[in-house]
Design a protein around this ligand. Structure first.
Ligand code: ARG
Length: 586
């Protein structure tokens, strides 16, 4: 239907050009899905002002243009200047069979997606889960639309935290703990370091500072432990054997832990190029910023400043080199985007992080544009997830381990599986519980507009009714069961024939699949696909309540079985695009 909408849009433009010869028009006009009709255009109202004509007069031209298309049964002007379109049943019936074929608009284009990107030596906590889950869904969706996707895990494997960790490791390591639970021990060390620094600061009568503030102003009166941390960091940066060895060890043990989670979440990357990969490009990048007059010296540091007229927005300066010569998160991002342009010539680069980094990305995008980066850069930001317990931060040690969350999801989903089918053998029930539990956690993230704050509750995530993964998975499993019965009786799906209203409504929904996926690819908002799948499942249930399938006479049965097969296929493939598996029995 995406193609039909585009065709209609072009027809409208051609007719308008013929009628209003002096005016200029875009190549196409939007034609939308609608509640009131199969399709609807509100273009006449938007064009009225520039054409200086009454909207209904413009709408008449558009309606007549639409009527020329063979798929269109009726097109009428309504209200202030809407054009409502009704499609021929025969067109719907003949076209619906192709609804699972997605148009490959991304063909020949590369998209780099920077997601997950946890920080080494800190456990991956639930705050990273949204980036991982959203990024993975976007990877799958863009790939399905024909893009060549580079999934890049931009690991936080470089920076000030390593100086601190090196100090803590050398002072307080519990070797047995490190052997047994390396990342937990690294976290304990990091927390202990933070407490110690806080204590020293308090003793000096100073207040605690965040990493960024510390970076911004290298204080003259740093607490002794922080001075040690900086010295360890400098040693690491100069290639000191021992510190490099430990740094690699920290990365290694962290990566092993992250990989365990990625495996459970069925998440994979094409490249893992962490911040350290760009280390030897940082000096050159900052020099380039300076020689091109994009960055300037300021109190010993190097900063990029922004103006409304030039950068579209006045923002605080982006610090790219500290007074002590150290580089920062922003310097790395600039070096990284230059590398990505050179290596992949992407058509888009998507960065999936939480909302707190919006300013950082606006600053860095503006700096990159001034360096001549032309690739569209998109900050795909999301609201923070709230657990009932409140938010968490690694540094406070109030960590909800992601693995613990997944364990609990599977445990609770086992109850759901048992509730659906009490007689299912244990092995199978556990496998269903795995798919439902992991699916519920993912869908809970994906189904809300990413810019909203998500409060996680088990009851909502695992509910068998409403817009949830278990509901869609259960709908999928029940349809599979119906299709098994059909197969047992030797019934086969045939051509889609005459359409009763509930059948037609289902067919129209099915025809919306490509659009839903396309919209997710364009806007990087996976919840639109969730909404679509939920509406599809609802349309199927109305269809199924209104019409017998297996008990219908042969022609209707074959037609309805076809609609059923298409529905189950779209449900399964749509969920797969979101990274969610659909069991065949539940
Ligand atoms: N490691 C960062 C964090 O956990 C996220 C990195 C996002 N990607 C980027 N290119 N800045 O906050």
């Amino acid at each position: 239907m995406l193609t039909l909408r585009e065709d209609l849009g072009r027809l409208a433009v051609a007719a308008l050009r013929a009628r209003f010869a002096d005016a200029t028009f875009p190549d196409t006009l939007p034609v939308d899905a609608s509640q009131k009709a199969d399709l609807q255009s509100s273009a006449a109202m938007q064009l009225a002002r520039s054409l200086k004509k009454p909207p209904r007069e413009i709408a008449d031209v558009i309606a007549a243009a639409f009527a020329a298309h063979p798929a269109v049964a009726r097109s009428e002007v309504a209200g202030a200047g809407f054009v409502n379109v009704a499609l021929h049943d025969a067109w719907v019936a003949a076209t619906v069979g192709a609804c699972t074929a997605l148009s490959d608009r991304g063909k020949g284009r590369v998209a780099v997606i920077d997601y997950s990107s946890p920080n080494v030596a800190k456990p991956m906590h639930i705050g990273h889960i949204r980036s991982t889950i959203l990024g993975e869904a976007l990877k799958r969706v863009l790939r399905a639309k024909g893009y060549t996707v580079v999934a890049d895990n931009h690991l936080g494997d470089w920076g000030t935290q390593f100086g601190k960790l090196l100090v803590a490791y050398k002072r307080w390591l519990d070797a047995a703990e490190f052997e047994a639970h390396p990342v937990a021990e690294l976290l304990r060390l990091y927390v202990k370091y933070t407490d110690e620094e806080k204590r020293e600061r308090a003793a000096m009568g100073a207040t605690a500072k965040g990493d960024e503030e510390e970076d911004a102003a290298v204080e003259k009166e740093a607490p002794p432990i922080l001075r040690d941390a900086r010295a360890e960091l400098v040693k690491l940066q100069r290639g000191d054997d021992e510190n490099v060895r430990l740094w690699k060890l920290f990365i290694d043990v962290s990566m092993r832990e992250f990989d365990r989670v990625y495996k459970r979440l069925d998440v994979s990357f094409d490249v893992v190029l962490g911040e350290s990969f760009y280390n030897d490009r940082l000096a050159g990048t900052v020099d380039r910023l300076l020689t091109e007059g994009i960055a300037e010296h300021s109190e010993g540091a190097v900063v990029v400043t922004f103006e409304k007229a030039r950068d579209g927005e006045a923002m605080p300066p982006l610090l790219v080199r500290k007074a002590d010569g150290g580089f920062l998160y922003g310097s790395t991002d600039v070096a990284t985007v230059l590398y990505r342009e050179e290596r992949w010539q992407p058509a888009r680069v998507l960065y999936v992080t939480d909302e707190r980094q919006q300013l950082h990305f606006r600053q860095f995008f503006a700096a990159a544009r001034r360096l001549g980066v032309t690739t569209p850069l998109e900050h795909v930001w999301f609201g923070l997830m709230r657990l009932p317990e409140g938010t968490f931060s690694t540094r406070d040690g109030n960590v909800i381990g992601l693995e613990a969350l997944l364990d609990e999801a599977e445990r609770r989903a086992l109850d759901v599986a048992r509730q659906c089918s009490p007689d299912m053998p244990d092995d199978e029930a556990r496998e269903v519980a795995r798919k439902v539990g992991i699916g519920a956690v993912k869908y809970n993230d994906l189904s809300r507009d990413r810019t909203t704050l998500v409060t996680f509750t088990w009851d909502k995530a695992l509910a068998l009714t409403g817009n949830t993964a278990p509901y869609l998975q259960y709908a999928h499993a029940r349809i599979c069961s119906m299709l098994r019965k059909a197969a047992e009786q030797g019934f086969e799906a045939g051509a889609v024939g005459a359409l009763e209203p509930a059948e037609r409504a289902l067919a129209m929904r099915l025809l919306g699949y490509d659009e839903a996926v396309d919209e997710v690819a364009r806007t990087a908002r996976p919840h639109l696909l969730c909404d679509y799948l939920y509406e599809l499942a609802t349309a199927f249930s109305s269809f199924y309540n209104a019409h017998p399938v297996l008990k219908a006479e042969a022609a209707s049965r074959a037609s309805r079985l076809r609609l059923t097969v298409l529905t189950v296929t779209v449900l399964r493939e749509g969920l797969a695009l979101l990274g969610i598996e659909a069991p065949e029995r539940m």
